[in-house]
Design a protein around this ligand. Sequence first.
Ligand code: FAD
Length: 387
Amino acid sequence: MTRKEFLKICGILGVGIPFNTSLSSCNDESVDPNTIGKVLIIGAGAGGLSSGHLLQQLGIDFEILEASSTYGGRMKRTLDFADFPIPLGAEWLHIERGIFEEAVNDTNVQVNVATTLYNPAIDTALWDGEQITIAEADFTEDQKFINSTWFDFYEEYIVPSVNDKITYNAIVESIDYTGEQITVNTQTEVYTADKVIFAAPVKMLQNGAITFTPALPADKQKAINEVRIWDGCKAFIEFSEKFYPAIVGFTITPETDGQKLYYDAAYGQNTNQNILGLFAVGTAAQTFNQADEEDRINRMLAELDEVFENQATPHYIKHTFQNWNAEPFINGAYVNDHEDWRKVRTLGASIDNKLFFAGTSYTEGDDWGSVHTAARSAKRAIDELIS
Ligand SMILES: Cc1cc2nc3c(=O)[nH]c(=O)nc-3n(C[C@H](O)[C@H](O)[C@H](O)COP(=O)(O)OP(=O)(O)OC[C@H]3O[C@@H](n4cnc5c(N)ncnc54)[C@H](O)[C@@H]3O)c2cc1C
């Protein structure tokens, strides 16, 4: 097995194709905010929050409508499970640290977020269903947050500039962009705007939860219908002993089955707790998502017992599980890593200088499964909106 194949199995590198956008032009003083009018942003995940942050810097009037009662979307975090923050969604930084300054887009702000690269000598292994073997991995770029998460970064550096502009429990159901003014309907209110940035997951379009008048262009609707969105889950299990390596990948076929790995979630943290993480997307996640709580921990312990010679069950303390398919306004993980980039580019294309798209699924077709690409897609959307 080559290193590349192993990394595909581990999957934590995501699509990982570099692209070279910068956020700096959003401080453009030549933009007259009054010519833009009011902007409505649908969704307060990374894409929506970054869009609002950049509009705030430009002095443009905006409001964020968020269906749930909190911000962050797939950057969810819990402080209740361990003595360090546990990322129930986005966990790794898949790009250089400079993305933090790029997202903040303000040279007066000093970003102070601790991250660590993996030690190249970490123990990594591969389970092929019958035996575990030592595997080689090259984590030259992927980093872990230390005592922090992507959610914490947004909470500290992005959310303060948009916090008072977010309306929660505002479930957008339809968007009418027929006239000069766009009408956005939630279950209880009607909002009007000059421009809309759509930053809700593509799954919400696929399942028809949000409709458009006039209908979206045929090529965009086709892309929405055709992209395959992976199921997804994460679990964190505390054990009284550390009997596992830094990462153990599972030999499944990424193109059809997704990705699955167990990993040392406490790696790099200042803790004595032994916390094993499970990351699964695609069919690998379905088994766990469909099981009830007792069944799913039993399944995890049973497979860990098989891989690690019956060491899991005796050392089990507690666990927490995040089913991303069950999140009512997200309904899945993300567009599968092997999707046709042209479809992703079509998902991100703006319409009639009125509707713009920001978020992880609405990129230029470079990468569609990471927080940093959601942040960068917001920059692209704002650039289009002010041009
Ligand atoms: C299991 C898992 C692991 C991951 N690991 C990583 C990782 O390690 N590193 C990484 O960089 N990325 C990771 N990601 C991907 C990353 O989390 C996402 O790419 C990113 O957070 C998506 O941001 P977004 O703004 O596009 O969408 P979201 O975060 O989904 O935000 C969309 C928002 O829209 C809201 N919304 C939905 N419908 C409506 C509606 N009708 N009206 C109003 N609001 C609505 C939702 O409530 C949500 O808040 C992971 C994702 C998953 C699921």
